[in-house]
Design a protein around this ligand. Structure first.
Ligand SMILES: [Zn+2]
Ligand SMILES: [Zn+2]
Length: 337
């Protein structure tokens, strides 16, 4: 099968992924072999490629927003039939026995494995996964539309839930890429009387236009003072400054959720009185659970979420990653196999 593989840690601009011919994997016990049709391109791949979150083996097939069809069942697998459309997300496996798993926090399991980081992922024509970690995909979405729902969508859904957002409140979104453009659609559906303020890098006009089209009540640049203080904020950016800037305009008792697996630059020093006092809270989001995906996918179909897609061929994965790094991806990048 064709795959784009990462052989070693490199800067993204050096086009780190190489086209390779790999054997089609064999599904093990209770696993399924999936013929991949689409795989989303996620910011986490940049962290893996550049070594902020190194894969645990090389060469590695990255990619964890996978849509495909079941090609073959491993021994004892019975949840799906051959030909069924399924999705695979970032959580690839969890132990099911530790204290985190037992209280429904498998996203924090120490033994968990992550798709495209610990096991080969979706930048390829085939992959295998445990049947318990694959999801049926609502009919409403095409394969390309469904791919970004599996990370950008699911983790955005989790971040919005963790923000404690309620109707009639003000939500601030820092960064407006693959995840935020889905979160604004969830927020507007669940909280019809909310206001959503979007902060981008200065001059990201395309991102700001997309935000307005999706119902943003105000758009500006990170560091700008919005018309009202934020009750909740979610930071989707890969850098540190928006953390301080969001805390600066957060309402008393408000909560900032940081939706990032790694930051490329440090969080600037915080001033306790200005940024944290008055019971402001900061919470990070780590990974996703299967429950997040199982709740979000049907909701996405019901809203319905309209993902904004930029399509690439598998062989163009490096170009897609460079655009993402430069902040030039409009909506979500998806590789078509
Ligand atoms: Zn991701
Ligand atoms: Zn566990």
């Amino acid at each position: 099968m064709k795959a784009m593989v990462l052989e070693k840690i490199l800067p993204v601009k050096e086009r780190p992924l190489k086209l390779a011919d790999l054997p089609v994997p064999t599904p093990g016990s209770k696993q399924i072999l999936v013929k991949i049709s689409a795989c989303g391109v996620c910011h986490t791949e940049l962290d893996e490629i550049e070594g902020r979150l190194s894969p645990t083996k090389f060469p590695m097939v990255l990619g964890h927003e996978i849509i495909g069809r079941v090609k073959r069942l491993g021994q004892g697998a019975k949840r799906f039939k051959e030909g069924n459309r399924v999705g695979i997300a970032w959580i690839n496996w969890a132990c099911g026995k530790c204290s985190f798993c037992l209280k429904g926090e498998e996203n924090l399991c120490d033994k968990a494995k992550w798709t495209g980081k610990d096991v080969d992922g979706g930048y390829a024509q085939y992959t295998v996964v445990s049947e318990d970690f694959a999801y049926p995909i609502p009919k409403r979405f095409t394969d390309l539309e469904a791919a970004p729902l599996l990370c950008a969508g699911v983790i955005g859904y989790r971040a919005l839930r963790l923000s404690g957002m309620e109707d009639s409140q003000v939500l601030g979104l820092y960064g407006f890429g693959a995840s935020a453009h889905i979160v604004i659609q969830i927020a507007k559906y669940k909280f019809p009387n909310c206001r959503v303020f979007v902060f981008t890098r200065p001059g990201q006009k395309e991102h700001q236009d997309l935000a307005k089209r999706l119902g943003a009540d105000w758009v500006g640049a990170t560091g700008d003072i919005p018309p009202e203080k934020l009750d909740c904020a979610i930071d989707f950016t890969p850098v540190g400054v928006p953390v301080r800037e969001a805390l600066r305009v957060l309402e008393k008792g408000g909560r900032l959720v940081i939706n990032a697996i790694r930051k490329e630059t440090p969080i600037p020093e915080l001033d306790y009185a200005k940024h944290l006092w008055h019971e402001k809270e900061v919470k990070s989001v780590a990974n996703v659970t299967r429950k997040d995906a199982q709740e979000f996918l049907p909701l996405a179909a019901k809203i319905p979420i309209v993902p904004e897609i930029q399509e690439f061929k598998l062989e163009e994965a490096n170009e897609a990653l460079i655009l993402l790094k430069e902040g030039k991806m409009r909506g979500a990048g998806v590789l078509r196999m």
